[in-house]
Ligand binder design. Structure first.
Ligand code: FES
Length: 696
């Protein structure tokens, strides 16, 4: 239908309000209580207009369009109503906007500037309602509230959570919970819709506004931002909540080719960033990923795209997570990719550095098969030529992704005795079933996850007494808390806060002398300072000592590229080495980091290498059509206190006698339950942002 607004003919759909019809046609009408995603209530009167045939100005958000209607936005009656309404709002609003974080983005500020109205005509009544900082995640600054009710309607209508309402208090009407109980007690889901629709800076994030460099989306959805591969965590958790594992897997696979492996061993920095930490414990994101991936659905392959051959050849040296990830994305871009692997199987540290009770072989096999399926050629038991030679042999570009496979031996008395083993050799040989005659008593030196991998592997290989000694106190150890606990449950004896003085024995290890640490810290030059407790020396009798104090790249000097700190491949911000066409990624560049960081580096290096080969560097993919998430959340009993679920573990006595997976996978019901705890922080990004007048 057609109507006229300000003498301009516009077309509108039946049932539309005049306000929405005007805004849709690019004609600005001020509006404050009205919001595109909420039902109109006609409260603020700022949207007043005059309509031919009507005596008084009326709120345009409440009147539906009619054929032939003639509307005037700036008639004298409408202007008078609007200005009075604005003056009344400003009379109780803080006069100085400059300290408000919403400055420049505030709808109220934009509107009074448009109207040229100030608070002068009305006596200013300063409101003294104190700011409510008592709730996690959400901060309420009542002095800035204009009582438009958008937050109340968003909570009721949009989300169906029904926590916020107008409350009558001694200081006047304010927004809050009934009975003035906390948001958590009232059943708030902390979705942030109230923050999103607030036209002023009255309801704000209590967290997430700190990192000014991060984009708004990154601040609002910190788990996704924290994941080095930026997997869309809230999106796949929503599918898990609905039991749609296939769709969840497709979402994860849009960013990485190892969903199940990561579900087993990821260091899950996303969980540290999860906003639910503020309410108690974070979502069990890592284990939910494993649950989704464990159905082994191939549905995601339907939308997988493999470009036509480009005729370009790529060599990847090293079939670890970084090399395989880069190979996968480069092959999908149509390049002919060959991966050279020195060992008999692909997987790198995931295969040879992580014990199978944490990451079973079959998981790696399955996910590597999917990588080979897109055309990646894998040459195992093969030492690659130096990159320069590979280039001469016809490869157009080379990626060095050889990882860190050489354990570090500390300069300790007795370190050459028979019975001393390096972490990397020990774990690799254990994977290959090549460890015979491990002594009854083993000491592992080091306090990280690898030390626990060694200690728990030693137990499984028949050692009767396994010790770990490290300089750090237990709470400062770099090993994950669950690793320490699981090791302890299996009987690993921990000597945290101990320095190792020497390994005793003539030709063969007989013991390790330890001394208690009084203080351990790094000085301003990053030099370790260790103060020991007098008279606390003791010798622990052992047959084997395993060094688990770090690892470095092996034989990188043979690669013919510039190195950093003697071992590490030096690259620029585009992953390029000093040799044209030769790139580096993963631990061989950065030193030992997490698997997900290696995967992220594999992705980024693939982007750069594709560009080098003349491609557009676009490796993004949509394996699942984007669906608009249902904005309605509804109420959930005691939502704020729902406890984190963890998958069950095998009994310690049972598990320490085998390499069977220690941690079980969530059942479908458990996974659904755990995923229901998600705050769905990303939903608020779907809330429409009303345009300010200067954007029309
Ligand atoms: Fe129409 Fe407030 S927007 S009355």
């Amino acid at each position: 239908m057609w109507l006229t607004i300000n003498d301009k003919q516009i077309e509108a759909n039946e049932g539309m309000s005049i306000l929405n019809a005007a805004l849709g046609a690019g004609i600005y009408i001020p509006h404050l209580c009205g919001h595109p995603d909420l039902e109109a209530v006609g409260g603020c009167r700022l949207c007043s207009v005059e309509i031919d045939g009507m005596e008084e100005a009326v709120p345009s958000c409440m009147i539906k369009v009619q054929e032939g209607m003639k509307v005037t936005v700036h008639g004298p009656k409408a202007e008078r109503t609007r200005k009075t309404a604005m003056e009344l709002i400003l009379a109780t609003h803080p006069a100085d906007c400059t300290g408000c974080p919403k400055y420049g983005k505030c709808e109220l500020q934009s509107m009074y500037q448009y109207l040229g109205v100030g608070p002068e005509r009305w006596k200013k009544k300063s409101r003294t309602v104190p700011t409510d900082d008592s709730n996690p995640l959400i901060r309420h600054l009542f002095t800035r509230c204009v009582r438009c009710g958008r937050c109340v309607r968003a909570c009721r209508e949009l989300r169906g959570v029904k926590v916020l309402d107008f409350q009558r208090t001694q200081e006047g009407v304010r927004i809050g919970t009934g009975g003035n109980i906390s948001l958590k007690e009232a059943g708030c889901k902390f979705c942030g819709a109230c923050i999103e629709v607030c036209p002023t800076g009255s309801i704000m994030d209590a967290l997430g506004q700190i990192n000014e460099e991060a984009s708004y989306g990154e601040r609002v959805v910190p788990c996704k931002a924290a994941c080095p591969a930026h997997t869309d965590i809230p999106r796949y958790l929503r599918y898990i909540k609905e039991g749609e594992y296939e769709k969840a897997t497709a979402v994860i696979r849009e960013k990485l080719p190892f969903p199940e492996a990561l579900g087993c061993i990821c260091n899950h920095v996303c969980e540290t960033a999860c906003k639910r930490n503020e309410l108690g414990e974070p979502l069990s994101i890592c284990k939910l990923k494993r649950a989704a991936a464990s159905v082994h659905s191939d549905d995601w392959k339907k939308n997988r795209k493999i470009a036509d051959s480009t005729g370009k050849k790529v060599a990847v040296i090293g079939a670890g997570p970084a090399g395989l990830t880069a190979a996968y994305y480069l092959a999908k871009k149509g390049h002919e990719v060959t991966v050279f692997e020195i060992n008999e199987k692909a997987g790198g540290q995931c295969r040879y550095g992580i014990p199978s009770y944490r990451l079973p072989d079959e998981v790696m096999d399955r996910e590597i098969d999917d990588i080979l399926e897109v055309g990646v050629q894998l040459k195992v038991n093969t030492t690659a030529e130096a990159p320069e030679v590979l280039l001469k042999q016809g490869y157009d570009t080379v990626l060095i992704a050889t990882g860190t496979h050489k354990g570090t031996l500390l300069p300790l008395e007795g370190n050459k005795l028979s019975g001393v083993i390096l972490n990397t050799d020990f774990l690799k040989n254990a994977r290959r079933n090549q460890i015979r005659n491990l002594g009854k008593k083993v000491m592992v030196l080091g306090g990280g996850n690898v030390a626990y991998d060694c200690a728990r592997t030693a137990l499984r290989l028949g050692a009767e007494e396994v010790h770990i000694a490290c300089l750090e106190s237990r709470d400062k150890m770099t090993a994950a808390a669950e690793e320490i606990q699981e090791g302890c449950d299996e009987g690993v004896i921990l000597h945290s806060g101990h320095s190792f003085l020497r390994i005793t024995g003539d030709t063969k290890v007989q013991g390790v002398e330890l001394q208690k640490v009084e203080k351990f810290y790094f000085d301003e030059n990053r030099k370790a300072v260790i103060e020991l407790v007098e008279g606390s020396r003791e010798i622990i009798p052992v047959d084997h000592v395993i060094f688990a104090v770090g690892q470095a790249p092996d034989e990188t000097e043979k690669l013919g590229v510039e190195l950093n700190h003697g071992f590490y491949v030096k690259v620029n911000s585009s992953f390029a080495t000093n040799l044209p066409g030769v790139y580096g990624a993963g631990d061989v560049v950065t030193g030992t980091r997490s698997v997900i960081e290696a995967i992220a580096a594999g992705r980024q290096s693939a982007v750069e290498m594709d560009r080098y080969l003349g491609g557009d560097g676009d490796i993004s993919e949509e394996l699942l059509e984007k669906e608009t998430a249902d904005p309605f959340l509804g109420r959930t009993k005691d939502f704020g206190n729902l406890e984190r679920l963890s998958p069950p573990l095998l009994d310690p006595q049972e598990r320490k006698n085998s390499f069977d997976a220690v941690e079980q996978t969530f059942t479908c019901e458990e996974a659904k339950c755990e995923a229901r705890r998600c705050l769905q922080c990303d939903l608020r990004l779907n809330v429409t942002n009303p345009k300010l007048w200067n954007e029309y």
